[in-house]
Design a binder for this molecule. Structure first.
Ligand code: HEM
Length: 149
């Protein structure tokens, strides 16, 4: 199933939550490299997205060695880690992602279509199955939510 950012918000079954909780620690154990791979592939595929990041928008090459790029990559995977931590607390998960959505829309002014693109690269990098596609559909839909208000 492709990742969507459109409501209705998907719901994870208990089995899907369990599959994520069991597999996530192994993915997260390598969080620095994994998140860097994701962000670098994203910036290669969508070079215009680099303009959104003031701390490295002007950097032309060796992005993978740039400390600001590494820091940004780790912030993304740490946000996903926080969402995984909220799997059994829907209210907290929604609130967390809603706050991030507000920042992305009003403070960072990111094109909301890009959430899906980055998420697809994330899921493919971690070789995530259907449960992860659903998780990232939830993340994308909620990250988009403040744009539609
Ligand atoms: C799964 C998708 C994403 C997640 C989980 C995520 C997560 C985050 C987090 C946790 C922060 C730090 C927020 C803070 O300062 O409190 C952040 C900042 C930011 N994000 Fe995202 N993000 C995602 C996708 C994107 C995409 C696709 C773009 C751009 C095309 C983007 C652009 C930015 C920018 C510009 C900042 C601020 C950078 C700065 O502080 O200089 N994000 N993001």
């Amino acid at each position: 199933m492709p990742i969507t950012d459109q409501r209705p918000l998907p719901t994870l079954s208990e089995g899907e939550k369990k599959a994520i909780k069991e597999s996530w620690p192994q993915i997260y154990q390598n969080f620095e490299q994994t998140s860097l791979d994701v962000l670098i592939e994203f910036l290669q595929k969508f070079p215009e997205a680099q303009d959104s990041f003031p701390k490295f928008s002007a950097k032309k090459c060796h992005l993978e060695q740039d400390n600001e790029v590494k820091w940004q990559a780790s912030r993304i995977i740490n946000a996903v880690n926080a969402v995984v931590g909220h799997l059994d607390n829907e209210v907290a998960m929604k609130q967390y992602l809603k706050e991030l959505s507000v920042k992305h829309s009003s403070e960072f002014q990111v094109d909301p279509k890009m959430f899906k693109e980055l998420s697809a690269i994330f899921v493919s990098t971690i070789r995530g199955k259907a449960a992860y596609e659903k998780l990232f559909s939830i993340i994308c839909t909620l990250l988009r939510s403040s744009y539609d208000e």
